[in-house]
Design a protein around this ligand. Structure first.
Ligand SMILES: Nc1ncnc2c1ncn2[C@@H]1O[C@H](COP(=O)(O)OP(=O)(O)OP(=O)(O)O)[C@@H](O)[C@H]1O
Length: 245
């Protein structure tokens, strides 16, 4: 009997294969392979200098001096640790900065509302707090309606409380928008809190991956959360037993 086999093949949001990037003859990224599914939230960990930002810049299209394949959606946006707002432009104009065509103020207003900054539309960047500036930077990414959102340690410079709020906001935005996210972070807890899958980069490649099969919202007090966190710390070479003493 003939069987009709239907396979649903979903094109990944990101497809990277055989990717190599060298600086001064040294391969920082070395034959790296990575797929990210549409709508998937992926966190990228790794020791300082292992090439996380380099990978993110390549996926953002900011670095094209590569060997191998890096396929990304046309609609993508990036937010960095520093909000990079132009001080001579009001917040709403910063949000529209670099958008192709003539964008209306209402587009910026909508994005600023989404990140809880509706009241700061006409503010000057220098009057924003660190957390507000980071939200404005996120709004600037969101007006691009990205299928892929690239975040390079966006919460790195924030104080603990602001950081928790910003993490929650990113989680909400991701769930509402359904875009794929690649979050570079140093914070293992943040990775387990937000991501569907956590990658550990080492030796220029993805050396380890961990699926996070916990329901959302996640509780850091959940013993399964602690177990995943410990396993990732171990992969990062942090001796948790020693750290606890
Ligand atoms: N433009 C460049 N020229 C020369 N070397 C570079 C350049 N950009 C990055 N590198 C080197 O590549 C390596 C990886 O840098 P990268 O910024 O990607 O690391 P990272 O994992 O993001 O680090 P961190 O966690 O500290 O931000 C580092 O050794 C860095 O010095």
């Amino acid at each position: 009997m003939a069987t009709d086999v239907h396979r649903t093949v979903t094109r990944p949001a990101v497809h990277v294969e055989g990717l190599t990037r060298s600086f001064d003859g040294r391969a920082v990224i070395d034959d790296l392979r990575l797929d990210i599914a549409p709508g998937e939230f992926v966190a990228l960990l790794g020791r300082s200098g292992c090439g996380k930002s380099t990978l993110l810049r390549i996926l953002a299209g900011l670095d094209r001096d590569i060997e191998g394949t890096a396929l990304v959606p046309r609609r993508r946006a990036v937010a960095f640790q520093a909000p990079r707002l132009m001080p001579w432009k009001k917040v709403w104009r910063n949000v529209l900065l670099g958008l192709p065509g003539r964008a209306e103020r209402v587009v910026a207003e909508r994005a600023l509302d989404e990140v809880g900054l509706a009241h700061r539309v006409d503010a000057w960047p220098k009057t924003l707090s660190g957390g507000e500036a980071q939200r404005a930077s996120l709004a600037r990414a969101l007006v691009r309606e990205p299928d892929l959102l690239l975040l390079d340690e966006p919460f790195g410079a924030l104080d603990a409380l602001t950081r928790i709020k910003a993490q929650r906001l990113v989680g909400e935005v991701w769930q509402r928008r359904g875009c794929a996210v690649l979050l570079v972070t140093h914070d293992v807890e943040e990775a387990v809190l937000l991501a569907d899958r956590v990658l550990v980069m080492d030796g220029g490649r993805i050396a380890h991956e961990q699926h996070i099969d916990l329901d959302r919202p996640r509780e850091i007090t959940d013993p399964r959360f602690a177990a995943l966190r410990a396993r990732l710390l171990e992969r990062l070479g942090v001796d948790t037993a020693a750290a606890a003493t």
